[in-house]
Design a protein around this ligand. Structure first.
Ligand SMILES: Nc1ncnc2c1ncn2[C@@H]1O[C@H](COP(=O)(O)OP(=O)(O)O)[C@@H](O)[C@H]1O
Ligand SMILES: [Mg+2]
Length: 342
């Protein structure tokens, strides 16, 4: 079987702060592992670049003649929203591909729309609102919380913790507006303001097979070693800079000690979010546990990092699924879906 390894060779991002590029170079490790795994499974991996010129990409896909494409293009020409365009291109060319379709990819990249769809589906999210201009009037919901309670200000259309820092957590209207101005200016997009939920943070990885969607064992961010005077959250440094105190103080661990009822509700909410946004193949949902409202969905991640040392593969291993089996399952799911729509 010929498996197209489809990725962009982006080395820069279209916008953002200079340090954001650290996240781009990580993609190479992922495709290397998948290429090797395909060979181990007796398949033939063929590299295809998701190039800036769509005609060239289409021609390269034709020349490669893949039976299925492993979709690893997270951006094209530095534009994250073209990840969905790549999925449309594959749909259009009628080539089966792994992971989520273009609609889910587009939705998940727009946090406010994701929140709206989740809310309509009855999936709880933190209280929040969008700020388009730093000096605009804040909506009534801002006043529903007491003065001094923490908010988080994040970009509406980024992922991988781009634009998330300790300074994202604010406790005054002035600080909120300052951070919103920074986000709007640096990332060229509106800011999403959410109540800062300080409870335990979970990642639930999910995968599809012929039986439907399964939630893998829950992971938790262990913040016990986090700088004690700082708000606890997965900042950009926590994700990408191993030398930082934030990285060393935010360790993903197995959430084995959760009471059964809590674990069940975390999995249930994650599965509902996965379905509401229409993810396919594999995905990861980030949640935090609110003391009275239960698990709240922070982030829906279609096509999350699938490297052997990333969260999804680790959760799969804990669920008894070796890396090779995981990759094979994701590829089989792509083929199954292609047959259904053909
Ligand atoms: N409303 C919130 N309350 C508490 N922590 C949050 C909230 N939103 C985000 N965070 C923290 O910021 C991190 C990154 O936010 P997230 O929305 O997942 O962005 P990204 O899409 O960049 O992963 C989360 O893992 C969490 O630690
Ligand atoms: Mg996230």
């Amino acid at each position: 079987m010929r498996v197209g390894i489809f990725e962009s060779r982006d080395t820069t991002l279209a916008h953002g702060a200079a340090h954001d590029a650290a996240a781009v170079s990580a993609v190479g490790d992922e495709s290397r592992a998948i290429r090797e795994t395909c060979r181990a499974l007796g398949w033939t991996p063929i590299d295809v670049e998701a190039a800036v010129d769509p005609l060239r990409t289409l021609q390269d896909l034709r020349d490669a003649r893949p039976d299925v494409v492993f979709q690893l293009a997270e951006s094209i020409g530095g534009e994250a929203r073209f990840e969905a365009a790549a999925a449309w291109l594959l749909e259009w060319a009628r080539i089966p591909y792994t992971g989520s379709g273009p609609i889910a990819l587009t939705l998940a990249l727009e946090k406010p729309r994701t929140r709206a769809v989740l809310t309509a589906a009855g999936v709880a999210t933190p209280i929040g609102f969008v700020v388009e201009q730093a000096d605009e009037a804040l909506p009534a919901v801002f006043a529903t919380r007491r003065a001094g309670e923490a908010w988080i200000v994040k970009p509406t259309r980024e992922d991988a913790s781009h634009g998330i820092a300790l300074e994202s957590v604010v406790r005054s209207e002035k600080a909120l507006r300052e951070r919103a101005a920074y986000v709007i200016e640096t990332y060229r997009q509106p800011a999403l303001v959410e109540e800062f939920v300080e409870g335990r943070e979970f990642n639930v990885s999910l995968i599809d097979d012929s039986e439907g969607t399964t939630a893998l064992p829950i992971a938790e961010i262990d913040y016990s070693q986090f700088p004690s005077d700082a708000p606890r959250l997965v900042t950009f440094a926590a994700k990408w800079d191993p030398s930082s105190a934030e990285y060393q103080g935010s360790t993903p661990i197995a959430a084995d000690d959760l009471p059964t009822t809590v674990a069940r509700s975390v999995r249930h909410v994650a599965l509902a979010a996965y379905r509401a946004i229409g993810l396919a193949g594999y995905g990861r949902i980030d949640l935090r546990l609110h003391p009275t409202r239960g698990p709240l969905v922070l982030d829906v991640n279609p096509n999350p990092d699938i490297s052997p040392d990333a969260g999804l593969a680790r959760a799969a291993a804990r669920g008894g699924l070796r890396y090779e089996e995981l990759i094979a399952r994701i590829v089989r799911d792509a083929q199954r879906r292609a047959h259904k729509t053909a």
